[in-house]
Design a protein around this ligand. Structure first.
Ligand code: SAM
Length: 254
């Protein structure tokens, strides 16, 4: 997986991506991350990349010229990993599904905005798409790029160490994950559910499925609706798990 990142703060992206899962994925060759400084293509002493917005208003705008310059220089020398995606609050919502889509391509590039945003001609004539990591406004695209890089890299085969973990996690099949516990079996009087210590794998699997369904129905009913509601078998499983009230609250007869 090759990911090119264009930013005016390469050290921020490099610093985070040197540690933990991403650092290991880079060392093991699962992730070929190339962080590029947008100021590379400037030719003035102050390495200017921003200017005031036409029409007036607060703040500055990332100029088209250095952005086109930096990206086209990489395209000419190294080739560019496409699609090239601009990080912006107005972009396509970044979800686990989009992460899985990106994990399935050979590479992609991320362009981090700053200031009040990026000259619209970059969005219109240079990038292939736009991504948003949520309905809030960050100071720059770097944190958003890190979110995308980490979520995608976890799904690249081999990068996680245990590929099974990604299949069982939240959103993998449209559900939130079941609760996790580790030792000690009792902490300050709070005991781990008995079934998890029973050694009965079938029972553990049923308990986890029921907890994942109940948690999703309770916290994110929109996810249940998006997967077409609960099946008869899922309703029965939840009823057996004592979730009759929860089922009734969401219009299911048990
Ligand atoms: N004026 C812009 C607006 O209202 O949409 C916000 C600009 S924001 C201060 C600066 C940069 O941070 C953006 O160009 C973008 O690259 C990044 N950014 C901020 N919020 C983001 C989000 N939710 N998702 C992705 N990128 C974001």
């Amino acid at each position: 997986m090759r990911i090119d990142v264009f930013t005016i703060f390469p050290e921020v992206v490099e610093g985070y991506c040197a540690a933990s899962l991403l650092g290991r994925a880079r060392r093991d060759g699962h992730l070929d991350l190339r962080v590029r400084d947008l100021r590379e293509a400037t030719d003035d002493a102050r390495r200017t990349v921003d200017d005031a917005p036409f029409g007036g208003g607060a703040g500055m705008v990332l100029m088209a010229e250095p952005v086109f310059g930096a990206i086209e220089a990489v395209e000419a020398s190294d080739g560019l990993a496409r699609p090239l995606l601009l990080l912006t609050p107005g972009g396509r919502p970044f979800t686990q599904e989009v992460a899985a889509e990106l994990a399935g391509v050979e590479g992609f590039s991320l362009l981090c905005g700053r200031y009040e945003g990026v000259d619209q001609r970059v969005a219109d004539h240079l990038v292939d798409g736009e991504l948003s990591i949520g309905d809030y406004v960050l100071g720059g695209g770097e944190a958003a790029a890190l979110v995308v890089i980490e979520a995608v890299t976890r799904l690249v085969p081999g990068a996680l160490g245990n590929d099974q973990s990604a299949n069982e996690e939240s959103f993998a099949d449209g559900l939130l994950e079941y609760p996790q516990y580790t030792r000690p079996a009792e902490f300050r009087g709070w005991a781990v559910p008995e079934v998890l210590r029973s050694g009965d794998h079938a029972k553990v699997a049923r308990w986890r499925r029921a907890r994942a369904l109940a948690r999703t129905l309770e916290r994110r009913p929109d996810l249940i609706v998006a997967r077409g509601g609960l099946s008869t078998e899922e309703v029965r499983l939840l009823a057996e798990a004592g979730e009759v009230h929860l089922l009734a609250e969401h219009g299911y007869d048990s």
